[in-house]
Design a protein around this ligand. Structure first.
Ligand code: ZN
Length: 255
């Protein structure tokens, strides 16, 4: 019965995971779901007023805060109309954050499984594309032109066959996010830290090569797992000449 209801809503239940009957059999508003979950996880405390709002964020994030004794929940509008078990899982996750008591594994799993569905990934990608702010500048740096670097590597390692995506330098000299391929914008972003005469070009070339491999090897989605660096990806990456030397350089980037 539970499974029938769940699958009618298009929600897949991983085998063995109990789905709360109350969440699937009755139509609860998101506020009611949050109130019920609050009572479940804090049975002894008085129930504060809870307000739930759906907002247009540039990503699939949701937020919770306690303001003047009131719990304010802001959920991405991507989850407006999500099946009740998903809203229930999100309630466990957000209230767990608020009270610093992490939600049970099953709720994280259920929530991630939903966001990882093909149709959801597509919608998230479209929303990012339409609403996201640009955090990069163009390909021309003061030391290196990213299009030149890309085409050089393209000729050397990909037979010149790779279609060039948009390329840009990040605004900040991030040393934690050295490069990034964003499939929704078809764009490679490289940290400004490499546009520096003190940074050897080899380091920049290696990071660019790594991001180019992301173009060649799409992310492998299996269930709730997201494998970005597949075994094929890693094997290909090791073919980069001076692989070890380049990786060692990344640990000595100038500040
Ligand atoms: Zn990567």
């Amino acid at each position: 019965m539970v499974d029938e209801v769940a699958s009618e809503q298009g929600f897949l239940t991983p085998t063995g995971e109990p789905v709360n009957l109350a969440a699937t059999l009755f139509f609860e508003t998101p506020e009611e779901i949050f109130r019920r979950v609050h009572r479940e996880i804090r049975p002894r405390s008085p129930l504060p007023p809870i307000a739930v709002e759906f907002k247009q964020f540039a990503n699939a994030d949701s937020h919770v805060r306690l303001a003047e004794g009131r719990i304010e929940v802001r959920i991405t509008d991507l989850l407006e109309g999500a099946p009740a078990p998903v809203t229930e899982a999100l309630a466990h996750i957000l209230l767990g954050k608020l009270y610093r008591r992490p939600a049970e594994k099953q709720f994280n799993h259920r929530y991630r499984l939903y966001l990882n569905r093909k149709d959801m990934r597509r919608r998230i990608g479209l929303v990012r594309q339409a609403r996201g702010r640009k955090v990069h500048t163009g390909p021309e740096g003061s030391e290196h032109h990213l299009e030149e670097v890309f085409e050089e590597l393209n000729a050397r390692h990909f037979g010149g066959m790779m279609a060039r995506p948009a390329l840009g330098w990040s605004h900040s000299r991030s040393r934690t996010r050295l490069g990034h391929f964003d499939p929704s914008h078809n764009m490679i972003m490289i940290s400004r830290v490499f546009d520096d005469p003190r940074t050897p070009r080899l380091a920049l070339e290696y990071v660019m090569f790594h991001e180019m491999l992301h173009l060649q090897y799409p992310v492998d989605h299996r269930g709730s797992r997201r494998c970005v660096h597949t075994p094929e990806f890693k094997a290909h990456e090791k073919l980069f000449p001076q692989f070890r030397e380049a990786r060692a350089l990344l640990k000595k980037l100038p500040i």
